[in-house]
Each structure stands twice: as structure tokens, then as C-alpha cells.
Design a protein around this ligand. Structure first.
Ligand code: PMP
Length: 423
């Protein structure tokens, strides 16, 4: 698909009467789905639907082939050594919980240390807090430096011989910064540390080669990369996978079961108990084809251009505080506005059919670091256009003027009233 301008028309949601003028800038939260992905899911249910790994009949084989075919496709997409390193989960959150339980329970002992960072999404904090509590382990974090980057100068002093796992986000879902994973992996290369990377934001627009990155685990969600909800991926190095106990018990993950004792299936199926989200995984496969079809380089270029344009526009508006370095490769922009609560702004801009996110973005420790409770956030996808950004900037400017005027004279009966809503 060479013409970027046509891409929006391949997303049915933007063709509906209700959403034909929608400027959707909440892509870090979830992306919209192209027709090809919707078709793949429909086609699966219409032509292939049967449980996987069970039926000897043709439909069962077709379904298994469709599902297992995506495993290989994902392995190629992130340059994994082998498709047995790919475990399907329902998303990033479940993948991290899987590691915290299945790896953590067998590898973390009392007094051991788990290292995360101050810029993590809650889904890369809470599973480790739960593990630390279960095992009486210690959870430590890498703070940010004044440039909002991970303070890697402190890494050596944070690592001890009790540190067992380092779990870091690749690209922040709040400030868009892309951590230099390879550099960090090189720094810990001579330790026994296991390294988990949360790729929920990066995998959508950056080429990922897990072997080059040097991580042991890499996790991401289908729904942020044009695929359906309910599917996600845990990549794990085979040697690490082999040290892990099952995550959940049930059908499919076993080899032999007696009433008192059972043995486990091979990896990756050992970690996929029960009927998996087959249709969603098929949809994820189609989303990967969609991305290949456009080209990650084209997607990345579009995101960079839109980020640059948005930053330029925002800088012309007084009283905007950007949590951003100005580098267009940081494709998520968080901001606050002097005198106007982000929530009020989002509600007013919703009237102009502009959708963006307001809140703590599931990163409360990062909010605390910045001394705020919430920010507004815009984030881009392949279907966003320069027109979207222009509309956003125009609406931002107009509504800030209105809201600031409003707060200057609350007694004016002609002004829009902002209802109180909890974030
Ligand atoms: N990590 C990051 C960096 C994210 O942006 C998100 C989603 N906002 C998650 C983890 C959690 O992803 P999911 O809700 O799909 O499990």
C-alpha cells in the first residue's frame, strides 16, 4: 500500500457517519482496525472455525494451521530464533504476569532483587510488586535523570549479586522516549540477569530484532498494532523458557495426566492452557501483514512527521507545558496547559471530534516524578494525517482561549459549563 493518504479509507470506523470527521489521537491506548484485519477474523469464523491441536478432521487442521502459522509469522516479525519462543497471551499485561509467575516463582527467592524503572506502565510494576510480596524479594527502580531519561549512571550501583531480573519499557507510553535497550543489554551482558522488555509501544512502528536487542523476554499487544484485542505475545529465549513452571493449568498444556501427577507439553504449548484466542491471533497475523504491506519505515516516517508538526504547532500556543524533548522520534506527546485542567480541555475538544487521552496513563510513579496527577496525551498511528494535526492545533488553541476566558469570568451565563467528572 504505497499511498499513505488512502490508508485512512481502509479503516471502516472512519467511514461511519458518526466518525467520518473523527481525529483519533489516542493510538498509544489502542489503534483502530483496518478492513483486512476485520475480514481475516470474519473469514476465520466463517471458513476455519474449530478448536486447535485437537480435531483430526480437516477443519480442525485448517484452524491449527492458521493459528500456528501466526506463531511463525510473529517469530519472523521480531526476528526470534525459533517459533517455539513465541507464546500467545491476551496482551502485554498477561505476558508480564506470566513471566512474574512462571519465571518469578521458580527463580526469585527471599532477599532477591527485581529492578524496574520510574517510567514503567503499571503492568510492568504491579506483577513485580506481587511477586516481591509473595517471595519477600526487594523491588528497586532506576530513576529518571533531568533529561527524563533512565539514569543509567546509577545502574551499576543499583545492580547487586541479588538482582535477578531487569524489566524495562522500550518506549514510554507517556513521554514517548525510546530507551536504548541494546546499550542496556550490553551493560548487563556479563551478569546472570534476566532482561524483560515491554515493547507495547515500540513494536507498532520500530523494527524489532529480539536477538540484536539482547533481551530474554519481549512482550507486546495486538490491539496497539492494528490487530484485535484479546491477543498478545510473550517472546522468551528457549533456554529461559525451559527453566519456567507452567503459568496456568488445564487442557493443551499437559503431556500425561493422572489424578495425582501430570507432566507438561513442550514449549510453547506448556504456557497456553485451554482454548486460546484463536480468531484474535489470526487477526494479529493479518495486522502483521498489514504492517508489512505498508512498511515499518513508512509508518515510522509518518509518525515522526506528525510528531514534529504537532510540536511546532503546540509551541506557538502560550501556556503549554510539553513533557517532551522535541525529538520527533518520541512519538507520544504529553502536555499540561496553564490554567486549564486537561480533563476540561479533552471534553471541550471532544465537541470538535478530537479524541485524545487524559489522566495518569497507568504510570502514576512517572506522574509523581513530574509533580502532576494527570496530563493530556496525543499519540499517532499510520492513518493520522497532517490535516488531523492541523485540526488538533486549531481546536487546542480555540478551546484554550475559551476555557481561559471562562475561568476569568465564571459569572458569564453564555459560557459552556464543564460538568465534574472523576478521572
Ligand atoms: N506497557 C505499555 C508501555 C503500554 O503502553 C501498555 C498499554 N497502554 C501496556 C503495557 C499494557 O498493555 P495491555 O493493556 O494491552 O496489556
Amino acid at each position: 500500500m504505497s499511498n499513505l493518504n488512502q490508508i485512512k479509507s481502509t479503516f471502516p470506523i472512519f467511514q461511519t457517519i458518526a466518525n467520518k470527521n473523527l481525529v483519533y489521537l489516542d493510538n498509544a491506548s489502542t489503534t483502530q482496525k483496518p478492513q483486512v484485519v476485520l475480514d481475516a477474523i470474519q473469514d476465520y469464523y466463517q471458513n476455519c472455525n474449530a478448536n486447535v491441536h485437537r480435531g483430526l478432521y480437516s477443519l480442525g487442521q485448517k484452524s491449527t494451521e492458521a493459528y500456528e502459522g501466526v506463531r511463525q509469522k510473529i517469530a519472523n516479525f521480531i526476528s526470534a530464533e525459533d517459533s517455539s519462543s513465541i507464546i500467545f497471551t491476551k496482551g502485554t499485561t498477561e505476558a508480564i504476569n506470566l513471566v512474574a509467575s512462571a519465571w518469578g516463582d521458580s527463580n526469585i527467592n527471599e532477599g532477591d532483587e527485581i529492578l524496574i524503572s520510574e517510567m514503567e506502565h503499571h503492568s510492568n510494576i504491579i506483577p513485580w510488586q506481587l511477586l516481591a510480596k509473595r517471595k519477600k524479594a526487594v523491588l528497586k527502580h532506576i530513576p529518571l535523570n533531568v533529561n527524563r531519561e533512565l539514569n543509567l549512571e546509577l545502574l551499576d550501583s543499583l545492580l547487586t549479586d541479588r538482582t535477578k531480573i531487569l524489566a524495562l519499557v522500550h518506549q514510554s507510553n507517556v513521554i514517548g522516549i525510546v530507551n536504548n535497550i541494546k546499550k542496556i543489554a550490553d551493560k548487563i551482558k556479563n551478569t546472570n540477569l534476566v532482561f524483560l522488555v515491554d515493547g507495547a509501544q515500540s513494536v507498532t512502528h520500530l523494527p524489532i530484532n529480539v536477538q540484536e536487542l539482547g533481551c530474554d523476554f519481549f512482550v507486546f499487544s495486538s490491539h496497539k498494532m492494528y490487530g484485535p484485542t484479546g491477543a498478545g505475545v510473550l517472546y522468551a529465549k528457549t533456554n529461559v523458557l525451559n527453566t519456567m513452571e507452567p503459568y496456568q493449568g488445564g487442557g493443551e498444556m499437559i503431556d500425561n495426566v493422572t489424578l495425582s501427577h501430570s507432566t507438561w507439553n513442550d514449549v510453547p504449548w506448556k504456557f497456553e492452557a485451554g482454548t486460546p484466542n484463536i480468531a484474535q491471533v489470526v487477526g494479529l497475523g493479518s495486522a502483521v501483514d498489514f504492517i508489512y504491506d505498508i512498511g515499518l519505515d513508512v509508518i515510522e516516517k509518518n509518525l515522526n512527521q506528525l510528531t514534529k508538526l504537532a510540536l511546532e504547532g503546540m509551541k506557538t500556543i502560550p501556556g503549554i507545558n510539553l513533557f517532551h524533548s522535541g525529538d520527533a522520534s518520541e512519538t507520544v506527546i504529553s502536555f499540561t496547559t496553564d490554567g486549564v485542567h486537561p480533563q476540561d480541555l479533552a471534553m471541550f475538544m471532544n465537541e470538535d471530534e478530537i479524541a485524545f487521552r487524559v489522566g495518569h496513563h497507568c504510570a502514576q510513579p512517572l506522574m509523581k516524578h513530574f509533580g502532576v496527577t494527570s496530563t493530556a496525551r496525543i499519540s499517532f498511528a499510520v492513518y493520522n494525517t497532517t490535516k488531523d494535526v492541523e485540526k488538533f492545533i486549531k481546536s487546542l488553541k480555540n478551546n484554550l482561549d475559551i476555557l481561559r476566558e471562562n475561568s476569568r469570568d465564571k459569572t458569564d451565563p453564555n459560557l459552556k459549563q464543564v460538568p465534574e467528572v472523576e478521572i
